[in-house]
Design a protein around this ligand. Sequence first.
Ligand SMILES: NC(=O)c1ccc[n+]([C@@H]2O[C@H](COP(=O)([O-])OP(=O)(O)OC[C@H]3O[C@@H](n4cnc5c(N)ncnc54)[C@H](OP(=O)(O)O)[C@@H]3O)[C@@H](O)[C@H]2O)c1
Length: 263
Amino acid sequence: MSSKRFTIFGDPVEHSISPRMHTFAIEGLGLDATYTKTRLEGACRLRTIFLESFDGANVTVPHKEAAFGQCDEVRGIAKEIGAVNTLINEEGNMIGYNTDAEGFYRSLQDFGEIKSALILGAGGTAKAISYILKQKGISVTLLNRSAKRLESFEGFKTYDWEHYKSSYHDIIINTTSAGLLEETLPAPESIMIDLFSHCKYAIDVIYNIETPFLKKAKTFQLPVKDGADMLLYQGVLAFALFYHDRFTFEEILPFMKKAFSPS
Ligand SMILES: NC(=O)c1ccc[n+]([C@@H]2O[C@H](COP(=O)([O-])OP(=O)(O)OC[C@H]3O[C@@H](n4cnc5c(N)ncnc54)[C@H](OP(=O)(O)O)[C@@H]3O)[C@@H](O)[C@H]2O)c1
């Protein structure tokens, strides 16, 4: 069998931990494959480059929606989300999947039962998470800084900050990038206090740093977690797709997990 070639498409892509995660899995499972980074400023040549050179790929910011539009076929929940983060080359056809959604859902397994969720933000990650939670029977409300992006969340309860109404949710999920580069909360402090006073758990999709969102949630004695498991699990699910389910989630997981330990 010939050596397989995988990559991650994005811009920027230098910081991505995906090559490290996938390389640990390739080596750990004794496979003949490489996983590289491909920085693409625009996405217009993504499909051509992918089909000419790769067996599988991941897609990160800002190309997930463009990659969706270039697929020959999109499978699973990615069809509803409108964005793909995993590509498979099936005999010259580009097949798209979204493993961010299932990866996030699996990361909730450390918490107790969840029936209702409030998502902060209305970008691509909020979309993936809202659709998977809805599919799993969880009631979803979205709260965003501005109204515009909420328009694409048809069938969900949505509020912008100005029209926020207090109510109970089992979990508060931060999908905004607030806290990534500056010490800011994802909504005004009065709203955050109200949200954390009426919930059981809090999760941030940002990983590696303790955001102001997580710090604040802890002051309410809430069980919290960051986005590291979401990132890990979406990678495991993508790897399983790369190898057409030859390896189970549990077989891949311990190798990929090593990428999160200091080298
Ligand atoms: N752990 C993982 O595996 C994983 C996977 C994917 C993404 N992520 C993380 O998820 C985050 C969001 O990514 P995305 O692609 O969904 O972003 P995006 O599409 O650009 O959406 C950003 C959203 O955040 C809101 N926002 C941005 N800055 C804000 C601020 N200072 N205060 C309040 N709201 C703010 C925006 O509101 P407006 O509409 O008002 O502009 C928008 O709704 C990033 O930090 C990314 O690193 C993590």
